[in-house]
Design a protein around this ligand. Structure first.
Ligand code: NAD
Length: 514
């Protein structure tokens, strides 16, 4: 199938309109499956970031949006879900040709998850405790006390290239549900679907509520994080850049949430049902060519079953067919770039140098019709030890490391011996052992007999250096709200305000009494 497409021109999306960048410059967006240029995106600068932030601020200052009642806001969330379904084909296409994700995954999973996400948040809005009354306190005197939850203000969202639309939605949905406005800076490899998403969302929200500024992370992204009018930063990307974002946000003490990298442990207990565990473990690591933050990249196998497991994994892995992601028959797409391919190949070399045994794949491959793309065979290493570079660092490619263990205590210790803590998994028929492992694993999500199962109503995020805060689920709403305590005193007689005596220790006259 040919993947040649017309070259699109994608300007910035600010205040409900398409706008050129102040620099007048554009950058190329390539199809990672072919290397062809498919679009020119505007190269935003700090000046463009400022325009977008000020538009978002002006939209936030409008009571019409900020103080919309929950019923109407819920309707907006459902209207966004409707827009996503109505534009599903175009969104899926743009996501596929820029991120290299397979059309089979994007159309059967991502689009539906996004629509469901906005519907889920449409329900959350109706149930959210925007205002709570506290019980009347016995001391220091009768009072009415409220807790109000208010939007934070202008939110900045900085997103990666691996699942750009879905990850942007994880930030847009809670931000808009709570009455904030947002400026998004997508990764330069994949700005197209996010720009389209903003355009269709803007059909059902006031101008300025959603804005997108494209451009290099070090310039456009940093300008957004530094901007004094931005109240909150939600970042998804590498742990390295996340550390930098946190430092930059500290200058203006911004509310910051981070979704970062992972090196997730997947544990096969001796009693695991291998007919599920083997395809499940490969699903856990090779989906999207291993370019998912919560991939199960370290597979811990009990020594008693090691050889049988490895043989089964290799057989199954050989049946996974990388191909043109636009072809519904393709199981895996390309890596995002030649640079990413080179990084993955250098990790494969490092595994060999450190003594790991390559039992499957390990090479780049050519896909007919996609000769300009960067494809790597599904790769499996055995004889990996937990201290090797391939077991410690995030590779972000189709590479599985099989590590032997002998006891439950040993495997839990190895699983947790990482700076990351995004996801973990355990395969067993024994529910007690499963829960014991789940309790001990230091990760934001633990899958039992499964992988990659995220729910829009369940929180997702990392322990340790995999991040701060949670996305999805009701927990995510708290990061997009300010909490205000409002106190109204019911004590109208000055004499009964004994606590004023803490300051006015002398006679009543000094308190202003006649
Ligand atoms: P990245 O950190 O290189 O870039 C992420 C975003 O940050 C991009 O938009 C980029 O332009 C921007 N950026 C880069 N430098 C910046 C700077 N100095 N200031 C502000 N913004 C800057 O990550 P990536 O390569 O796009 O994505 C892959 C990484 O993302 C992996 O580490 C993966 O684990 C992680 N990830 C995490 C999650 C999660 O939910 N935890 C989900 C997907 C991806």
């Amino acid at each position: 199938m040919s993947v040649k497409v017309d070259v699109l021109t994608m300007p910035l999306f600010i205040n409900g309109k398409w706008e050129s960048a102040a620099s007048g410059e554009w950058f190329d967006v390539n199809n990672p499956a072919t290397g062809e240029v498919i679009a020119k995106a505007a190269k935003g600068t700090a000046e463009d970031v400022d325009r977008a932030v000020m538009a978002a601020r002006a939209a936030f200052d409008q009571a019409e949006w900020r103080e919309m009642n929950p019923k109407d806001r819920s309707k907006v969330m459902y209207a966004i879900a409707h827009q996503i379904i109505e534009h599903a084909e175009e969104l899926a296409y743009l996501e596929c040709v820029s991120s290299g994700g397979t059309i089979r995954r994007i159309s059967s999973n991502d689009i539906l998850q996004m629509a469901d996400l906005f519907q889920t948040f449409g329900k959350f809005v109706l149930e959210y405790p925007f205002s709570e009354t506290l019980p009347v306190p016995p001391f220091p005197g009768p009072a009415h006390n409220f807790i109000w939850r208010e939007p934070v203000g202008v939110c900045a969202a900085i997103t990666p290239w691996n699942m750009p639309m879905l990850i942007a939605s994880w930030k847009i949905a809670p931000a808009l549900a709570m009455g904030n406005t947002i400026v998004i800076k997508p990764a330069s490899y994949t700005p197209l679907s996010t720009l389209k998403l903003a355009e269709i969302i803007s059909k059902v929200v006031p101008p300025g509520v959603i804005n997108v500024v494209t451009g290099p992370g070090a310039e456009t992204g940093e300008a957004l994080v530094r901007h004094p009018i931005v109240d909150k930063v939600a970042f998804t990307g590498s742990t390295e850049v996340g550390r930098n974002i946190m430092k930059l946000a500290a200058d203006t003490v911004k509310n910051t949430t981070l979704e970062l990298g992972g090196k997730s442990p997947n544990i096969l207990l001796e009693d695991a049902d291998l007919s599920l565990a083997l395809p499940g473990s490969l699903f856990g690591v090779f989906l999207h060519s291993g370019q998912l933050c919560e991939s199960g990249t370290r597979l811990f196998v009990h020594e008693s079953m090691h050889d049988e497991v490895v043989e089964g994994l290799v057989q199954l892995a050989k049946n996974i067919k990388p191909g043109n992601p636009l072809d519904p028959a393709s199981d895996m797409g390309p890596l995002i770039s030649k640079q990413q391919k080179d990084t993955v190949l250098s990790y494969i070399r490092s595994g060999l140098e450190e003594g790991a045994e390559l039992v499957c794949g390990g090479k780049e491959m050519s896909v007919p019709g996609c000769e300009g793309g960067s494809f790597i065979e599904p790769t499996i290493f055995t004889n990996v030890t937990n201290d090797m570079k391939i077991a410690r660092e995030e590779i972000f490619g189709p590479v599985l490391c099989v590590i032997k263990y002998t006891s439950m205590d040993e495997v839990i210790a190895m699983a947790n011996d990482t700076i990351y803590g995004l996801a973990a998994g355990v395969w067993t028929r024994d529910v007690n052992k499963a829960y014991e492992a789940a309790r001990k694993l230091q990760a934001g999500v633990v899958w039992i007999n499964d992988w990659h199962m995220l729910r829009n109503d369940a929180p997702f995020g990392g322990y340790k250096q995999s991040g701060i805060g949670r996305e999805m689920g009701k927990h995510s709403l708290d990061a997009y709200t300010q909490v205000k305590h409002v106190h109204t005193s019911m004590v109208t007689d000055l004499h009964k305000r004994n606590w004023y005596g803490i300051l006015f220790s002398e006679k009543a006259e000094t308190r202003g009494e006649k």
